[in-house]
Design a protein around this ligand. Structure first.
Ligand SMILES: C[S@@+](CC[C@H](N)C(=O)[O-])C[C@H]1O[C@@H](n2cnc3c(N)ncnc32)[C@H](O)[C@@H]1O
Length: 210
């Protein structure tokens, strides 16, 4: 589990309530714990899955996919006819993700792209029902600018780590905290979005595009 700002007993209670995942997801969670890979984990993954299903998402773009944990949850949410774009800067991550994605049985609905996620978004045409943002935190304002014009009306822009371990509330001076602070101002200030922050794990922003 990554850094959290919640009371640890409350955090543990939330995680204890969660139903068991399948073998592939459990192995990924274990690998993430052992190797400190910053995946969203099952509590936030369920938020993604739930919102994707609520809007019947069929076309999803992910900014920052790492070993494909969130990608697999999104791919299961869209179902057999849907499409999820995996993007990550690391070819090693992509190779590892590919293996998990095949074992999870969702390779047919995932397009895997390596490079800068925002550039890759520019290179793929069309609108998306949902864009999930989990790139490096100093890049969040850039991710906002790239994603906004690409989400359909009634679609969702979801972003992880928007409470950034509580550092946003302390206005810490580092680039990542400042990136998240600027991002949160943008998503609440936009006339084109209706935004809420869910204080689950490290904070998840759910933005409805008008
Ligand atoms: C927090 S991890 C993603 C975890 C993943 N969403 C999950 O929950 O399973 C962030 C990943 O984004 C990648 N990344 C960060 N900034 C990026 C960028 N601008 N373009 C492509 N990949 C990026 C990193 O390589 C890292 O693997």
């Amino acid at each position: 589990m990554t850094e959290t700002f919640l009371d640890s007993a409350v955090e543990n209670y939330i995680y204890e309530l969660l139903p068991e995942r399948d073998d592939v997801l459990l192995e990924m969670e274990e690998q993430a714990r052992l190797r400190q890979i910053p995946i969203i984990g099952p509590a936030v993954a369920r938020v993604l899955y739930q919102y994707a299903q609520l809007i019947h998402a069929q076309r999803i773009f992910e900014l920052g996919s790492a070993i494909g944990y969130s990608t697999i949850w999104l791919a299961r949410a869209v179902g057999a006819g849907g499409k999820v774009y995996y993007t990550d800067g690391s070819a090693t991550n992509r190779e590892e993700a590919q293996r998990y994605i095949e074992r999870a049985g969702v390779a047919d609905r995932i397009v895997m792209l390596t490079g800068d996620s925002m550039e890759l978004l520019h290179s793929v045409e069309g609108e998306f029902d949902l864009i999930f943002n989990d790139v490096d935190k100093h890049q969040y304002p850039e991710a906002y600018r790239a994603a906004m014009p690409r989400i359909r009306s009634g679609g969702l822009f979801i972003t992880d780590n928007v409470l950034w371990g509580g550092r946003v509330a302390r206005n810490e001076a580092d680039q990542n905290t400042q990136g998240v602070l600027e991002f949160n101002r943008l998503i609440y200030g936009s006339q084109d979005l209706f935004t809420t922050i869910l204080p689950i794990r490290d904070g998840v922003a759910v933005c409805l595009k008008r």
